[in-house]
Write a protein that binds this ligand. Structure first.
Ligand code: UD1
Length: 367
């Protein structure tokens, strides 16, 4: 089975990695890896390939940054000849970034079916670029591989037939489970002089938080108050660094600022944190499995299971609210670890089983 798998941006890499580990074990798969080049900095891309043992991409489309239309269009233009040349049986896309939707659309228009890993998640907020990418990708994909029950319900609500929906678990959590020991060996806590200390971790990159000049100063005010109680490590996303400079905001001098971190360092940092403040999607899931309290700096989440499990809380963008929630979390006992159904390290296997059974039924000789 010839599979063209697509990655483009940082959160894609930990979702695709276990699929490649598993495909290596099964000779019936002939994978071809496309990197769209949406993320291109060493620390946003290359480092993850090395750390997660992902094969070098067979091709890098080098689309780089641009407006949504430009980036999406460039991916489509450059991906089309790859599909025509490779003639795959299917393409696999992961997550919800522009590269995901662009490659799914290109493939379907060429008559090549698409499998979407992490399908069905909905924030019901179409001002988020990722929500539009999720809706578009799910509407045209043949196989919808879902991480949590809400995703199944959302797809059913949208009229997707049951035989296209597969609740398989979470490949990003496969990666976390497979790498736990290696993460523990990271020296990042010693490097930041945090070994044995309580600390918090902050990540911020969503346009609604960092590009809006009415929002970012309020978030920084909340962070400034919380860091009086606990040191805060802030690995800064390139988009956030740019927004801070454009808005003329100084980063708080006491924050422990770092460059974007590699996977192993960041997971070590996350797993020992007393508190996490984030607007990321994936970090809400990782903190759930790690049993670390997470305050999500958004009004909604497409991952409601993280709220149900009790590790995650939506705190929005209001400074006073974030401060109160942060102080409460710091004063409370950490939540117990509560791993959602099927987040057991075997999601990639289940996905490939579905694809193999499809291949078998397609090639079965009629009696
Ligand atoms: C993208 C995804 C988002 C995901 C995030 C993880 C979309 C719509 N958004 O957002 O869902 O959570 O990745 O990081 O696909 N930049 C660099 N170097 C890089 C990459 C980006 O400097 O390697 C800078 C550029 O100035 C760029 C900006 O960051 O314009 C934003 O990059 P972009 O890929 O457009 O979106 P992200 O905010 O990273």
């Amino acid at each position: 089975m010839k599979i063209v798998a697509v990655v483009g941006a940082r959160p894609n890499f930990m979702k695709i990695a276990p699929l490649f580990w598993e495909m290596r074990r099964r000779p019936c798969f002939d994978p071809y890896l496309v990197h769209t080049g949406q993320h291109y900095d060493e620390r946003m891309s290359e480092l993850f390939f090395k750390e997660l043992n992902i094969p070098r991409p067979d091709i890098n489309l080098e689309v780089g940054s641009g407006s949504h239309a430009v980036q999406t269009a460039e991916v489509m233009k450059r991906f089309e000849p790859v599909v025509l040349e490779q003639q795959p049986d299917l393409i696999l896309v992961v997550g919800d970034v522009n590269s995901t939707a662009a490659c799914a659309l290109t493939s379907v228009k060429l008559g090549v079916p698409v499998g979407h890993v992490e399908a069905g998640l909905r924030s019901f907020d179409r001002s988020m670029p990722e929500e539009v990418n999720r809706i578009v990708t799910d509407a045209i994909s043949r196989w919808l591989f879902v991480t949590e029950p809400s995703g199944v319900a959302n797809l059913q609500q949208e009229g997707i037939p049951d035989e296209q929906i597969f609740l398989v678990g979470n490949t990003m959590i496969d990666t976390l489970m497979a790498c736990r020991e290696r993460c523990e060996r990271s020296p990042i806590l010693e490097e930041l002089s945090l070994d044995g200390q309580a600390y918090a971790v902050l990540t911020l990159h969503r346009p609604a938080n960092v590009d809006d000049a009415t929002v970012l100063p309020g978030l920084l005010k909340a962070i400034e108050r919380l860091q009086r109680d606990v040191p805060i490590v802030f690995p800064v996303h390139p988009r956030t660094r740019k927004a801070l400079m454009e808005q003329g905001l100084d980063l708080l001098p006491q924050l422990l600022l770092t460059e974007p971190m590699g996977y192993l360092d960041f997971m070590k940092l996350l797993s020992h944190a007393r508190l996490v403040l984030t607007d990321s999607g994936g970090i809400q899931e990782e903190t759930t499995v790690l049993g670390v309290p997470c305050l999500t700096l958004r009004k909604n989440t497409e991952r409601p299971i993280t709220l149900e499990q009790g590790t995650n809380r939506l705190v929005g963008q209001d400074a006073d609210h974030i401060i109160a929630a942060g102080m409460h979390a710091l004063a409370s006992a950490p939540p117990s670890v509560c791993v959602p159904h099927l987040w057991d390290g075997h999601a990639a296997k289940r996905i490939l089983d579905v694809l193999v059974s499809h291949l078998m039924s397609r090639t079965a000789v009629p009696a």
